[in-house]
Ligand binder design. Structure first.
Ligand SMILES: [Zn+2]
Length: 326
C-alpha cells in the first residue's frame, strides 16, 4: 500500500498526471485482489458462527432451528448464483418417521454436463437438559464442512469451469445418514446424480489434523485413485493423507456412503484427530475450538486444486476392493 504515502505529500495533490497514475495503480491493486478471489477468514468464521450460534440450538432434525439453518444455506447458495438442482427451490423436502425437513442443493453449470459434487451435513444433535451450556453447537461437526461447501461456491462464483459443480447440504446425518439417503434416492435428481464424476464430502475440518496444518485425511483411500489424483494437482501444498483410523470404518459411516451405493466416487474428507477429539458430540464443539486460519487455508487450497481439474485430467475410478453391498 505504498501509494498512500505518495498521497500524503501535498505537492502531489494538484498534479493531475500524477494522480492519474496513482488512480491507475490503485485500480490495478484492487483488480488483482478481486481476481485472486481467495475466501477471507472472516467469511469462513461468519458461516461457522452463524450455524453454530446458540440461536440455532444445535440444528437438530425436525426442529424450527434446523429449518432455519437450511434456509440460511439456501440464501448463501443464491448469493453465489447457483441454479436449483430441480424445480423452483434449493430446499428439497423429505420426511423421516413423520418429521419433515429439507436438504439443500444447488448447481453451477460448467462447459460439460459432467460434474464434481461437494457436500457436508448441516444438522447436529440439538440440546440436553443439563444446567449451564446445554447446546451442541456443532461448529466442527459439521458447520466446518458446510463452510467448506459454501466457500468453494464463493470461490467459483465468477469463474468458468469445465466441470459443472453440485453443492449439497445434507440434513439428518446425525440420526443415521437419513437426509443424504432421501436425497440420493430422489428420482427428480437422477439427471444430476448420473453426471457426478466424484463427490467430496466434507466432515469436520475445524481442527488441525494429526498430520499438521494444511493437511486432511480421506476415508476409503484404498478403494480408488481419488487421493492420488488430488495430491497430483494439489494447490499450495495441500496434502490428502490416507485414513489413519481404519478400524472406525468411517468410509461407511458418513453421507458419502449413500452415493457409494450408486457407484459414484464419493469419499469423506476430514481433519479430526479421532485419538484426541474431546469435542466430538460434546457441548464444547463451538466456535472457540475452530482453527479458522487453517480451515480457511484448506478451503482456498481445495478450491485452487479443484480449479486445475477438468473432465480430461480427473476421472477417478474405484478398484475391485470396494464393497457396494452393505
Ligand atoms: Zn456428528
Amino acid at each position: 500500500m505504498t501509494y498512500l504515502s505518495i498521497n500524503e505529500n501535498p505537492k502531489n495533490f494538484n498534479n493531475n498526471t500524477y494522480m492519474k497514475k496513482v488512480s491507475f495503480l490503485i485500480l490495478i491493486i484492487h483488480s488483482s485482489f478481486y481476481f485472486a478471489q481467495d475466501i477471507p477468514k472472516e467469511r469462513v468464521v461468519n458461516i461457522v458462527s452463524t450455524l453454530a450460534s446458540d440461536e440455532m440450538k444445535g440444528r437438530k432434525f425436525g426442529t424450527p432451528e434446523n429449518d432455519k439453518a437450511a434456509e440460511y444455506i439456501a440464501s448463501e447458495f443464491k448469493k453465489d448464483n447457483l441454479d436449483y438442482c430441480f424445480g423452483d427451490s434449493y430446499l428439497i423436502p423429505f420426511e423421516y418417521k413423520g418429521q419433515k425437513g429439507f436438504n439443500v442443493c444447488g448447481i453451477k453449470k460448467g462447459t460439460s454436463e459432467k460434474s464434481l459434487a461437494f457436500s457436508g451435513h448441516f444438522d447436529h444433535i440439538g440440546t440436553n437438559n443439563k444446567e449451564g451450556d446445554n447446546i451442541y453447537n456443532g461448529a466442527d461437526d459439521d458447520a466446518s464442512g458446510i463452510a467448506t461447501v459454501i466457500g468453494i461456491a464463493d470461490y467459483f462464483k465468477n469463474k468458468k469451469t469445465d466441470y459443472s459443480m453440485v453443492f449439497m447440504a445434507f440434513n439428518a446425518e446425525e440420526i443415521g445418514l437419513k437426509g443424504s439417503k432421501a436425497l440420493s434416492e430422489n428420482t427428480n435428481l437422477t439427471p444430476v446424480f448420473s453426471n457426478i464424476t466424484a463427490l467430496f464430502n466434507f466432515e469436520m475440518l475445524a481442527t488441525e489434523s494429526q498430520f499438521g496444518k494444511n493437511a486432511v485425511f480421506m476415508t476409503g483411500d484404498e478403494f480408488s485413485d481419488f487421493d492420488e489424483l488430488i495430491n497430483k494437482n494439489a494447490g499450495n501444498g495441500l496434502k490428502v493423507y490416507p485414513d489413519p483410523y481404519k478400524n472406525e470404518q468411517l468410509f461407511y459411516r458418513s453421507d458419502n456412503v449413500n452415493f457409494v451405493k450408486k457407484k459414484i466416487i464419493a469419499h469423506s474428507i476430514s481433519t479430526v484427530d479421532m485419538t484426541k477429539a474431546t469435542h466430538y458430540h460434546a457441548v464444547n464443539d463451538d466456535i472457540k475450538i475452530v482453527d479458522a486460519e487453517n480451515l480457511t487455508n484448506i478451503i482456498n487450497n481445495f478450491a485452487k486444486t479443484i480449479e486445475k481439474l477438468n473432465t480430461k485430467n480427473f476421472t477417478p475410478k474405484y478398484n475391485d476392493k470396494v464393497n457396494f453391498d452393505f
